[in-house]
Design a protein around this ligand. Structure first.
Ligand code: S3P
Length: 435
């Protein structure tokens, strides 16, 4: 297990943000490209792959499962696919690091393998609930052995012959949906997942691009098992969840104008743009195009005075990872922002209801924790402070954004987690900052 030295990120207030930048590749799509590339026949080449630690953990796991992968070097990766039935029993424990996506999607794939594997991760990941995937995968025929009734890592998986499943998921989670669909690749017949509201659909889109038969009806996705997957060329769009930090940083500083190029604007991921507009921000989408089955565009944002808003219901899965930084936008906005139906925040890399509220309060923000969200009374002047990341990359970056508009200096402790999803974050801020 890796131990890392603690790092601090020092943030000084900025007058405004200005300039043009391409954010790193999408984390969710980078993971899926490696996984499907490994299970396909033939070569998959990936460009603009996210060189973040989460996605590198996925690459390591597939190397340990016997897949020949060249790279990644400077965002380029070449995978020699082994086909659906070509993975090999790993001789080592598979270490997913901090990555819930690596773990849960991999569990779906391992459920269909005729061998035994063991998965673990860092302290945060070892505390995150896995029964949401091990329970349905057990129904399909896989055998799991883990702490707390197969809920916590480390977890042993004995895969085997799987039955198809029609699963009604209690949570809108792309990780749950994807784990079942990936297991469904190994079950003869139709496997389906129905969600309470639609979560990100990258798995469905990419399975189709690789040649699987996938049908989407309302909130139900159905996959035909045992397809032949064929290697693809994939250019990963920029990650809207990374763009979010820069978009909010510009939106809260009047006079700012930032253009982010080639950002993924998949409608299951673009809730942040809708909310920023609701709050009165000026976000313009230009140069819209398709890239490997995903919509991408350039986003131009200008800073302005923001208003509080309500974020709830089916909007939540469309911006779940952006809530920490949206809470920062709300603290700088005039009036009340109410975030509801977001209890899932409690089981992310940290309990984000508690960590967002606790850290923003240190700046002087008026923020209240709810069982399923947050109440933020915006408009109080914020003062720079010392924050903790709690090992959560999105908490570290959200608090850095809060510091940009505060009076005085802010220090983010535990900032070494930022490259989990956004290597180069502080350079990006420096490049765009006008003091
Ligand atoms: C992800 C799904 C979401 C998200 C995570 C990435 C994915 O998690 O929060 O950062 O790539 O499928 P849930 O499926 O738990 O909502």
């Amino acid at each position: 297990m890796k131990t890392r030295v603690s790092m601090e990120l020092v943030i000084n207030p900025v007058h405004k943000l200005q300039g043009t930048l391409a954010v790193p590749g999408d984390k969710s799509i980078s993971h899926r490209a490696v996984m499907l590339g490994a299970l396909a026949q033939g070569i998959t080449e990936i460009d603009n792959f996210l060189m973040g630690e989460d996605c590198l953990a996925t690459v390591q796991c597939f190397k340990a499962l016997g897949v020949n992968i060249e790279g990644p070097v400077a965002g380029k990766l070449r995978i020699y696919g082994v086909g659906l039935h070509g993975l090999r029993e790993p001789a080592e424990v598979l270490d997913a690091g901090n990555s819930g996506t690596t773990t849960r999607l991999l569990m779906g794939i391992l459920a269909g393998q005729p061998f035994c594997s063991v998965l673990t991760g860092d302290q945060s990941l070892r505390g995150r609930p896995m029964a949401r995937v091990t329970a349905p995968l057990t129904e399909m025929g896989a055998v799991f052995l883990g702490r707390q009734r197969n809920n916590l890592l480390p977890m042993a998986v004995r895969g085997g012959r799987l039955q198809p499943l029609h699963y009604q998921s209690p949570v809108a989670s792309a990780q749950v949906k994807s784990a079942i669909l990936l297991a469904g690749l190994y079950a003869a017949g139709e496997t389906s997942v129905t969600e309470p509201s639609r979560s990100r659909d990258h798995t469905e889109r990419m399975l189709q691009a690789f040649g699987a038969a996938v049908k989407v009806t309302g909130n139900t996705v159905t996959l035909q098992g045992l397809p032949r997957l064929t290697g693809q060329q994939i250019t990963v769009p920029g990650d809207i969840s990374s763009a979010a930090f820069l978009l909010v940083a510009a939106a809260i500083r009047p006079g700012s104008r930032v253009r982010l190029t080639g950002v993924g604007i998949n409608p299951t991921r673009d809730g942040l743009l809708q909310v920023l507009k609701q709050m009165g921000a000026n976000a313009e989408i230009i140069n819209e195009r398709q890239q490997g089955g995903e919509p991408v565009a350039d986003i131009i944002i200008t800073g302005s005075k923001l208003q509080g808003t309500r974020i709830a219901g089916s909007l939540i899965p469309r911006l779940i990872d952006e809530i920490p930084v949206l809470a920062v936008a709300a603290a700088y906005a005039e009036g009340l922002t109410e975030i509801r139906d977001a209890a899932e925040l409690k089981v992310k890399e940290s309990n984000r209801i508690a960590t967002v509220a606790g850290e923003l309060r240190k700046f002087g923000a008026d923020i209240e924790e709810l069982p399923d969200g947050l109440l933020i009374r915006g408009g109080r002047p914020l003062t720079g402070t010392t924050c903790e990341s709690y090992g959560d990359h999105r908490i570290a970056m959200a608090m850095a954004v809060a510091g940009l508009g505060a009076r005085g200096q802010t220090v983010i402790r535990g900032a070494q987690c930022i490259p989990v999803s956004f290597p180069g974050f502080s350079d990006a801020l420096k490049l765009l900052s006008v003091q």
